[in-house]
Design a protein around this ligand. Structure first.
Ligand code: MTE
Ligand code: MO
Length: 320
């Protein structure tokens, strides 16, 4: 079964394939090195194929003080089902993703629909660096410095109509570039959504980079959404379309199993996933790896002061 915390242990890595090319080598070494030291020849360039610098200014209002998870963990242990369902698959397989040329179309219930090239998007607003806590629904969490700007800056340019109530995010789905799209585990393209007020909340980040560099392909290059008070799957990667709608959009994970993955999916330690508790999380820190102690999960992932008012009067057990 997928979407369970299938922690990687060094014993999961077979020696076969270790010398079958650089990405394979790095994948095996990176996965095997949870708890081990990084080989000296490892460079950041080896972990990301596109280490283009982004000039971003730290926004201290949105920078948590928790220990960072470390570039290697952030870029080698994650989910991106378009490239496979194991935690090391995105890093091993995302090299085939073409991130230029790239456009995003913003359409639906807006006054000024537009298709924007990635280079225009990068210049649309000043780039900020924000350090966010990220909580995967599977029970692990990371602290990641992201680079981007509030999605609201883009949405206000297209002028949402009064009838717009939701925002849908659609990721690229190209079998030629994304080997995982051949499997039918999800209904492709990957689709996510937010209520319009959630999408306009300044915390919701249109994201182009991490650690001051362009997003590595495995983290959703060249542009993605980051919504830190919700479970990680709400933060759609490699998006090509943003659509404003009146009806609540269907999302890939709620289509997969509506009982397990609701539309809201706010981080909530009081609402368990049907198959596991959400009360605690394993915080992946720079040098702790899989042996990191569990910590208590916070309501709204600790962002309640910035987001709780959007849900006042709502039964969050019903609207999970
Ligand atoms: N298109 C797409 N976006 C996706 C996913 C995916 O499989 N496909 N996985 C989600 C999940 S489950 C998580 S936890 C985060 C991980 O983001 P990160 O790898 O940058 O930490 O991406 C989310 N966005
Ligand atoms: Mo996740």
């Amino acid at each position: 079964m997928r979407f369970i915390d299938n922690t990687i242990l060094p014993s999961d890595i077979t020696p076969k394939g270790v010398f079958e090319g650089r990405r394979e080598l790095i994948k095996a070494a990176a996965a095997g090195s949870f708890g081990l030291a990084l080989a000296p020849w490892f460079s950041r360039e080896a972990l990301a194929s596109n280490p283009e610098k982004l000039a971003a200014t730290l926004n201290p209002a949105y920078a948590v003080k928790d220990e960072l998870s470390g570039y290697k963990n952030v870029t080698t242990y994650n989910n991106f089902y378009e490239f496979g369902t194991d935690k090391t698959d995105p890093f091993a397989n995302a090299g085939t993703l073409q991130t230029r040329p790239w456009t995003i179309s913003i359409e639906g219930l807006v006054k000024k629909p537009v298709t924007l090239d990635i280079d225009a998007l990068l210049k649309l607003a000043p780039m900020e660096e924000r350090v966010y806590r990220m909580r995967c629904v599977e029970g692990w969490s990371m602290v990641i410095p992201w680079d981007g700007y509030s999605l609201s800056k883009l949405l206000s340019k297209v002028e949402p109509l009064g009838s717009a109530k939701y925002v849908e995010f659609i990721s690229l789905a190209d079998r030629k570039q994304m080997p995982g799209v051949k499997s039918n585990i999800l209904d492709w393209p990957y689709k996510e959504g937010l209520r319009l007020d959630e999408a306009m909340n300044p915390l919701t980040l249109l994201t182009f980079g991490l650690y001051g560099e362009a997003l590595p392909k495995q983290n959703g290059a060249p542009v993605r959404i980051v919504v830190p008070w919700k479970y990680g799957f709400k933060s759609a990667k490699s998006i090509v379309k943003i659509r404003l709608t009146e009806e609540m959009p269907k999302t890939s994970w709620s289509q997969f199993d509506a009982r397990e993955y609701g539309f809201y999916s706010n981080v909530n330690p009081l609402v368990d996933h049907p198959r596991w508790s959400q009360a605690t999380e394993r915080r992946i820190a720079e040098n702790k790896g899989v042996f990191a102690p569990k910590i208590k999960t916070e309501m709204f992932n600790g962002y309640g002061d910035l987001v709780a008012s959007m849900y006042s009067g709502m039964d969050l057990k019903k609207f999970y």
